[in-house]
Structure formats: C-alpha cells, structure tokens
Design a protein around this ligand. Structure first.
Ligand SMILES: Nc1ncnc2c1ncn2[C@@H]1O[C@H](COP(=O)(O)OP(=O)(O)OP(=O)(O)O)[C@@H](O)[C@H]1O
Ligand SMILES: [Mg+2]
Length: 327
C-alpha cells in the first residue's frame, strides 16, 4: 500500500542584490516607497514540504502519492518529480492560480525582502482523500504537512472518519494555528513529527502536556538538529538516535523534510523506529550538504555506506534489501 504525502508544493525564487537595500531607502519617504533593485543572480528551486518529502522517499525507491494543489505553471516541476518516481496523478490543478511561490531578494548585508504567494495552495482545502484512496487502492499512511490550514484540518478529520492512519507534521504552521486547531490536527495521529522547539510549542498551545499528547498520538518523533532525534511512545522505551555525521553543513533548508522522507521510508519497509530514525538522519545529512532541498543525490552503495559508517553494519544490512534501484 502507498503513502500519501499531503502539503505545500512551491518554488523558491532566490535573488541576490549586489548592494545594500538600506542605501535605497529614504526613511521619511517610506509611505510612498517605490523601489526596484537590479539583481544579477536568480536561482529557482523546487520546494514545498510535501514535494520535498515525496522526492526523498522516491530517491529511496518508493512511489509516494503527492497530494496538494498546484497551478498550470507546474508542468516542468511535475516532470522532474515524476522522473524521480513521485506519483503526481492526484494533484489538484488550479484553473486560476499559480503554484505557490516564495520570492526573496537578499542584499550583501544578508538583509532580505521576501514575499510568499500561496496561490493554488489555498485550493488544497478542496481536496478530498476519499477518491484518491479509491484510485490507488488503499493508503497505509497519510502525512499531513504544512499546507493551507483548512486543508490540513480537513485531511486529519477525513483520516479519522475513514480510519486511515496518519502522521501530523504541523511544523511552521504551529505558529499561526490556535490551540483548538492544533488539537484537531494531531488528535488520533499515529505519528507526530516536530523539532524540539515545535514540540514545546505544541504543548503550550494545545494545553496538553507530554503525557496527554502521548495518549492522543501513537508516537512522537522529535528532531533536535545536530543533536539527532528522539522517538517517544507511551508503551515503549524512548529511542535516541544521533545525527548522521560528520557532515559538511552547506544549507540547512529542508533537513526536516529529508528526515521525514527517510523515517517514512523505514515505516513503509516495516522497519523498527530506531532504523526509521537512522534512515531519516542519513537522508537529512545529504540535504544538509547541498544547496536546495531536492538537489542532493546518492547511489545505493553510497547511501548504504553512509548508513553503515554512522549506525553500523546491522543497520545497513537490514536496509539493503529494501533500498530501491538507483534513479
Ligand atoms: N548540524 C547538523 N548536523 C547533522 N545532522 C543534522 C544537523 N542539523 C540537522 N540534522 C539532521 O536533520 C534532522 C532534522 O533537523 P532539525 O531538527 O533541525 O529539523 P527542522 O528544525 O525541522 O529543520 P527545517 O524545518 O529547517 O527543515 C536532525 O534530527 C538531524 O538528523
Ligand atoms: Mg521543520
């Protein structure tokens, strides 16, 4: 059975300005600001949390079902994802809005002027999981990652009513959601993914302490940056896994998504939570070492080699028969 990965799908447009924004701003005239910065460098990166997670799973040999809303401008990005093995047959394509886009201009002082256009993503609330479930013939797990907030709540409600197992991944949306919405999002989840800061934020916003959260969700997976991660369940001993290292830290964007891709891949293969966490950490080490969130690459041998170096031969041997062919 397949995994459905729901959430944002976006492109990032990153520009760099060879000067200082501040030199072009006149504080007394800001009420009628009209400035244009001539930039020499533009990089367009594929991103969006669901797309990053689905890409990572496909790298390991899965064919996850990507669930989200995009615009008609999505063709080139879609063919990239399909080429890597992501199932893009169930996307909602907006007739009027472009795919979500993050546009940021960074000056030589690292000052930034950014805008996020949600665009088609706001139509994700119109997505129903039922028809997708019928078409793919069953879903083993549904990941609900940051998206249009109404879509996130709809997906979790639908998972509960259809008896589908789901993983809640509220991440940055925690900052914008109120306690009642977060409670509705995570209640009944088989897994709750957060980093350690978000774990504390979940507790303070929901008013549920960690024991209460463990009564509501099956397993909590808490990532801690360079300090690795913990897997916590009410009825099992806590598992702590160190980060995969040493790793050259080039760009941390998307490490959390890479971690989820590895962890979910381990679940799909029926491996233990410890192996899942090791797989997650190994994928995130590749993300960390490259600029961009879907630019990393590895072949089977290299991936298994890194897994072995970090977590031992038993880990590599257990993963080896499952790991997909090189793409
Ligand atoms: N500096 C690091 N060195 C090695 N591994 C790291 C480092 N930072 C992150 N990782 C790996 O990535 C995993 C996820 O990292 P982190 O907890 O920072 O996620 P996050 O805060 O959700 O990141 P983001 O939202 O920016 O993608 C960690 O559990 C670890 O395995
Ligand atoms: Mg994160």
């Amino acid at each position: 059975m397949k995994f459905a990965i729901c959430g944002s799908i976006a492109t990032d447009h990153l520009m760099t300005y060879q000067g200082r924004f501040a030199d072009s701003l006149v504080p007394e005239e800001l009420h009628k600001i009209s400035v244009s910065f001539l930039v020499e460098d533009l990089q367009v990166r594929r991103g969006g949390i669901a797309a990053n997670v689905a890409f990572g799973m496909a790298k390991l040999g899965h064919q996850p079902v990507l669930v989200g809303a995009v615009g008609e401008d999505f063709a080139a990005y879609e063919s990239w994802l399909r080429r890597h093995g992501v199932d893009c047959d169930h996307l909602l394509v907006s007739e009027v809005r472009h795919t979500a886009r993050f546009i940021v201009n960074t000056d030589e002082d690292m000052a930034q002027i950014a805008s996020f256009y949600a665009g088609a993503m706001s139509e994700a609330r119109n997505i129903e999981l039922g028809p997708i479930l019928d078409q793919v013939g069953g879903l083993e797990l549904v990941l609900i990652s940051p998206d249009d907030p109404q879509a996130m709540l709809r997906h979790s409600a639908e998972c509960r009513s259809r008896g589908l197992s789901f993983a809640a991944d509220p991440s940055q949306q925690l900052a914008f959601m109120d306690g009642a919405s977060i409670r509705r999002l995570v209640d009944g989840a088989s897994y709750l993914f957060t980093n350690d800061y978000e774990a504390a934020l979940t507790e303070s916003k929901t008013g549920w302490d960690s024991a209460e959260i463990l009564r509501r969700v099956g397993t909590r997976v808490i990532t801690k940056g360079k300090d690795g991660c913990s897997v916590v369940s009410a009825h099992a001993e806590q598992i702590d896994v160190a980060a995969a290292g040493p790793v050259t830290k080039v760009d941390p964007t998307g490490v959390g998504d890479g971690f989820r891709a590895g962890f979910l891949s381990g679940l799909a293969w029926g491996l233990s939570h410890e192996r899942c966490a090791q797989l997650g950490s190994t994928v995130s080490s590749y993300v960390l070492a490259t600029v961009g969130t879907q630019e990393y690459d590895f072949d089977r041998g290299a991936f298994l080699g890194r897994l072995r170096d970090c977590y031992g031969s038993a880990a590599a041997e257990e993963v080896e028969p499952h790991l997909g062919r090189d793409r």
